[in-house]
Design a protein around this ligand. Structure first.
Ligand SMILES: [Zn+2]
Length: 214
């Protein structure tokens, strides 16, 4: 939340680099000629910094989304809608895509525990879709390992993520209470890699094999 602390003045909007909340491309967003930024001085721990708030427009001609930004020098303090982690939605089953999008939305909003729970759900749905059985999520992921192309090291490192741990026992042990941004981001990256291995490599391999038959 931004607060205006000193008299405001208006200035023309300067370009900022963003990942578009709508088309998810990275680009240099510029302002609109008829819309000026609101500028103000903000005091933070004794130092004074100039902040700007205004609208910027996506440079992608198919998108042209309007994004509200608050910036200080080269730092983007806030955007609305939120900037979100990029992901590849191709070939994902609809329920898994819905859960993944929700995990990414929670992450973008800083709701890391909620994001971690949704990542877990993504992985549960993935195992269910691929009929990977086992007594808990880890066992199910291990079962999945035998049928997908993914480095063994990635599965082993996944053990380090507490949020993928032993189901209800971990929730009772409050493993989720101190999920950090880093852990939530890593869990999302792992989920994206597993989804890529299961759905997107398979789709690529099938398309290439189809070429051979032509
Ligand atoms: Zn865009």
């Amino acid at each position: 939340m931004q607060h205006l602390e000193s008299p405001s003045q208006h200035a023309s909007a300067y370009p900022v680099s963003l990942r578009c909340p709508s088309c998810r491309q990275i680009g240099v967003f510029t302002g609109h000629q008829n819309v000026t930024d609101l500028n103000w001085k903000s005091s933070n721990s004794g130092s004074i910094a100039l902040r700007h708030a205004g609208v910027r427009i996506c440079p992608n001609s198919d998108c042209r989304a309007i994004v509200f930004v608050v910036v200080q020098a080269n730092d983007i303090l806030e955007t609305y809608p939120l900037q979100l982690i990029d992901f590849d939605a191709s070939s994902l089953p609809a329920p898994i895509l819905r859960s993944l999008e929700e995990a990414i939305l929670c992450h973008g909003a800083g709701a890391y525990r909620a994001s971690a729970l949704m990542v877990r759900r993504v992985l549960e749905e993935l195992c269910e879709d691929r009929k990977a059985a086992g007594k808990d999520l880890f066992a199910r992921l291990q079962a999945l390992k035998s049928s997908v192309i993914i480095p063994t090291e990635l599965f082993e490192a996944a053990h380090e993520l507490r949020l993928l741990g032993n189901d209800a026992a971990h929730i009772e042990a409050k493993s989720y209470d101190d999920i950090t941004e880093i852990e939530a981001s890593l869990a999302l990256e792992l989920a994206k890699e597993l989804l890529k291995a299961v759905y997107q490599y398979t789709s690529l391999v099938a398309r290439m094999r189809a070429m051979k038959k032509q």
